[in-house]
Design a protein around this ligand. Structure first.
Ligand SMILES: [Zn+2]
Length: 154
């Protein structure tokens, strides 16, 4: 089910950019809001063994907002690996990876995979390769708390 689909949320509200996306079949939807110019957002390509396989590209914004809307929770895979500090949201039906969420003391922080956006061309720029393999679990959580985007999963 596709709800709240706005063709060009970016153009309508100049002070608050709103981007929507979904997995391929539409079971997982996401909304990303930022007050920053998309030109200022750094696109990152994580080199971990999961992101490399999905060619994931992400944009963290600690002052933004992310909402993931799950239509059928039974068809959501919350995949976790390595240090187990985040859950990677993957649709069981169509296989698309839409983003990752870290639960943190009643709050949640997320990144989105911009490949799942309806208008990824808004962020058409070269992704900066990053590697976090050296991090401890504590260091990883601290970085995400500071840099990831406050999120809700509904
Ligand atoms: Zn899907």
């Amino acid at each position: 089910m596709m709800t709240g689909a706005e063709p060009e949320g970016a153009a309508a509200r100049p002070t608050r950019l709103r981007l929507t996306g979904s997995c391929h079949c539409g079971n997982l939807e996401l909304t990303f809001e930022t007050t920053r110019d998309p030109g200022e957002l750094t696109v990152r390509a994580c080199g971990c063994s999961f992101c490399r396989r999905h060619a994931g590209r992400t944009i963290p914004d600690p002052k933004g907002r992310v909402e993931f809307a799950i239509h059928d929770p039974a068809l959501l895979s919350r995949y976790s690996f390595g240090l187990g500090t985040a859950q990677f949201l993957v649709c069981r039906t169509c296989g698309v990876y839409v983003g990752a969420v870290m639960a943190d003391d009643g709050s949640a922080y997320a990144i989105i995979n911009i490949n799942a956006l309806q208008t990824p061309e808004v962020l058409a720029k070269a992704a900066v390769p990053v590697s976090y393999d050296h991090e401890s679990a504590t260091g990883r959580r601290t970085r995400r708390r500071a840099l990831w985007t406050p999120a809700t999963v509904v």
